[in-house]
Design a protein around this ligand. Sequence first.
Ligand code: S6P
Length: 571
Amino acid sequence: MREWESPDYEPRLPVSEKSNPLTRDIDRASACCIVRMLQACDAQMFQEETGATYQRLLSDRVVQTVMEVARRVEVVLKEPQGGLVVLSGCGTSGRLAFLTASGFNRELRTRDHSSLFSYIVAGGDRALLSSQEAPEDDANLGILSLKKACEGKTRVLFIGISCGLSAPFVAGQLDFCLQHPEVYTPVLLGFNPPHQASDEPIPGCTFTFHSVVQRMQELVRREEAFLITPAVGPEAVSGSSRMKGGSATKILLDVILSAAHAATFTNTPITYKGVVQHMRAYEKTLEVTYAQSEGIAALVEAAGQSLCRGRRVCYLGWGSLAVLGLIDASECEPTFGADYEDVRGFTRGGYSELNNNEGPLTSLGSQFCIAHQDFLRFVLPTLSDQDTVLLIYTQDDVSDVVTLARTVRGKTSNLHAVHHHTDEHAAAAAQQEDINKLCLSTVRVTWSTATSESLVHMQRELSTKLLLNAVSTGAHILKGKIYQNHMIDVQVTNSKLYRRATRLLQKLSAHPEHRCEEALLKAIHRVDELTADISSSDVTTHAHAARDRSMAESHLEQEPIIREAVEAWLS
Ligand code: S6P
């Protein structure tokens, strides 16, 4: 049994919140060691089950349930009338729901099929690109957005994603599905065993995440509800479920949806062996990616230096790899207390390529300007050699990349590339040579030509996710944003983060829980003594207060004249 699996290891915490013994000293590590530690943590995703305590990705029960859910998706694809598959989650889970739903809808369009996959992200499309942690606590909002997404549908397969089995937004949706079994079949995807689901009261609701999971468990045998809840081990940065939680979410969604597609369009039956093989292909993806650990460490070092100097890191991506850049960048704010300018992502065609539910969001502010054109107009003129720019692309985009690389090189020599290629694409070699000359470093990730194009596409996406997670996490560690393996610059903007902050205070101060909670409340409400009002309020109210305060402060920082700040805020 591994250390974190022992019942005595941080017994009060679910797996997704435990601290990983492998990364206790990650805050003191060099860029190379950071990457090695991340590699070891990621490898835990594929470890075999050792006892009855935790199911793992490749456990028999998990593979069987993946097959059952894939068959349900197949039914929707074969009889599309009135059917829909909804993928929903908060933060990273919602962003990966978006990435997966849009990727598979694109594939349907190439077959002249209408879209059958919908995504929901708590807080709406702005949450695809920015941190919106508060809607996670709102179960009613979850229900409303599910109803809206399913208007007019008569058969809905709902896949709710919550890595920590804790988001009230998703609990509300699952509860709603359970109440309307004639239309909805609920599936829960997460990375704690069911008994570790959160039992935190949800304001205005009679259920908790835990009680919803219990009700689902009763329906599992009749295949009226499905639970896919393997453990993937504690995150490298405690609670940072964007990392392994996000990767395992992507793996499972890809495996389920592509098995259903293959069954529908190429008559390939959904088999145990097929599912395991696909999972193993992702294990291989880890190997292929981390074979480049030296190159990745160089990127961590460059990005870390930029952040330490108060400069920025920009990801310029192409196709769906760019979306992974947007996602990675958006997560730096809640994880490391970063400013949105610190790490930013851009995609070639902007919103026309993103194809999100709500269309262009540029009117929301510069944070939402995501096209390469926006980068050229607004960011490039301000860049210097101290900023890091990273190009992320496949061989299909090489000629476009050369052009952009030349332009960027005029402003900064701190230019790097991540190039995914297969060996048969020698045609683009001359242009790639040009890119190499323009860049300080190039990470070349090579994919086998023997693998199908659609699998390589999914592998490249996961590989890019791992690589960018390593760059942004590693760079922020070098900047000092992690203590041991804990986030310390985190805003307490929802109940999960409130509980996490209390625990961190406990760990650091060794004082009892109630004293730490008191100290946190005093800090949130800026008082020396807690009033009866404050003490009797629930966690959500405190999280609201913390959010409103930090938003007010950031408005004031941008606009120190209070009247102007208030007007900007109101508008
Ligand atoms: C975590 C990320 C968060 C989570 C969100 C949902 O690294 O910053 O935004 O994705 O809190 O978590 P969960 O456990 O419901 O998937």
